[in-house]
Write a protein of this length. Structure first.
Length: 374
């Protein structure tokens, strides 16, 4: 019997609402610890604007320390109009960026799966997206997000100058490419590495190092590696998204391409993500799981947010942090069944379907789990 330690950081906006439905699912698994052999201890802390309001900073040191020792961190969302005017280094988003950096979560897994029940909600034609299952692996602790020098300075001529630095080293590229290859091996074995090697030296290095890892460390792995410029990739994603299996790319391109890919599936509100660090001697990785969607201030507090991306993030935690692949699959199936049964939150509502609240969705997922395990 393993007892896992989860740190829950609901954060801002709809974060607390979708987190409480996720807790409902965790409680259900705890009620079945005799069968699964595992149980979960959960602790909650503040992050983002909620933390700013309580203590003036977007994440407290004590919270970062708890995150460092947790088996998994589950985060809801950060940010909102209330904190938009704060200086850059005090914004809610800094709390999330600090956690990513201090936990060294360099590999961000963003699956884009099109549930067949939702294919018509996509802005693309059904035949282009139905059955879509691609995975974007985004580098998360380097590149222009953290590169130095950065800042805004005054020039002698009275102008101002804003600067950020896109920078990558060999080891930063290789470690994220390795994770992408290992994941691709468990899927369709096709990996597309994305950069702008036609205009950026960091892109040239990215392309060379990605190919190096494939040729030297995974020579007989059967991985089919290709390279694509980021602008072309953005275009190909709307032209023919099913051509991709796994995409590996840098922090900034990954931010943009994963939003694009998420929207293709019919709802941003449906997609989970995992951010993983290096494996320690026991094979354990630091990990943070969060929905791809944001804090959605426009619908906060109304009980209408879609909790499925957060619940799907729990499924990823079961799979990657708890070695509970069967339970993760079961939870993913429960989510798909709830959709097949016609339940919809507002963001994915379609004619003829049944409108559900955040709580209805959470309860329906638990009911499906219950039915499956009966
Ligand atoms: C994301 C978000 C974050 C990012 C923000 C909230 C800092 O857009 O996780 O994709 O840019 O990485
Ligand atoms: Mg983003």
């Amino acid at each position: 019997m393993t007892n896992f330690n989860f740190l829950l950081l609901p954060g801002d906006g709809i974060g607390p609402e979708v987190m409480s439905e996720t807790r409902r699912v965790i409680d259900w698994f705890n009620g079945r610890s005799n069968t699964t052999g595992n149980s979960f201890d959960v602790e909650e802390e503040l992050v983002g604007g909620a933390s700013i309001d309580a203590s003036g900073i977007p994440v407290a040191d004590g919270t970062v320390e708890k995150a460092l020792v947790a088996d998994a961190v589950l985060l809801g969302a950060v940010g909102g109009p209330k904190w938009d005017e704060l200086p850059f280094d005090q914004k809610p988003e800094r709390g999330l960026l600090r956690l990513r950096k201090e936990l060294e979560l360099f590999a961000n897994l963003r699956p884009a799966i099109c549930y067949s029940a939702l294919a018509d909600a996509s802005s693309l034609k059904r035949e282009l997206v139905e059955g879509l299952d691609l995975l974007i692996v985004r580098e998360l602790t380097g590149g222009v997000y953290f590169g130095e020098p950065r800042g805004i300075s005054e020039l002698e001529n009275g102008e101002r100058r804003g600067i950020n630095t896109q920078v990558y080293t060999t080891s930063e590229i290789r470690r994220v490419v390795r994770i992408a290859i290992e994941l691709a091996q468990k899927r369709g074995s096709r990996l597309c590495s994305v950069e702008k090697a036609n205009v950026m030296e960091s892109g040239v290095l990215w392309r060379q190092e990605a190919q190096w890892v494939c040729d030297n460390e995974y020579a007989d792995s059967g991985i089919e590696m290709s390279h694509m410029y980021a602008d072309n990739c953005a275009m190909q994603l709307v032209r023919q998204p099913k051509q991709f299996d796994v995409i590996v790319t840098d922090n900034l391109f990954g931010d943009m391409l994963s939003d694009e890919a998420a929207m293709l599936t019919g709802s941003l509100g449906m997609l989970p993500s995992a951010s993983l660090g290096a494996a320690d001697e026991n094979g354990r990785r630091k990990a943070l799981y969060e929905p791809v969607h944001g804090s959605a201030p426009d619908i906060t507090g109304q009980g209408v947010a879609n909790p499925l991306a957060m619940i799907g993030s729990l499924a990823m935690a079961l799979k990657y942090s708890c070695d509970m692949g069967d339970e993760a699959d079961m939870l993913d199936r429960a989510i798909a069944n709830v959709l097949d049964n016609g339940l919809r939150t507002g963001d994915i509502m379609q004619a003829g379907m049944q409108q559900a609240s955040t709580e209805d969705m959470g309860k329906a997922v638990v009911a499906e789990l219950e039915a499956m395990s009966a």
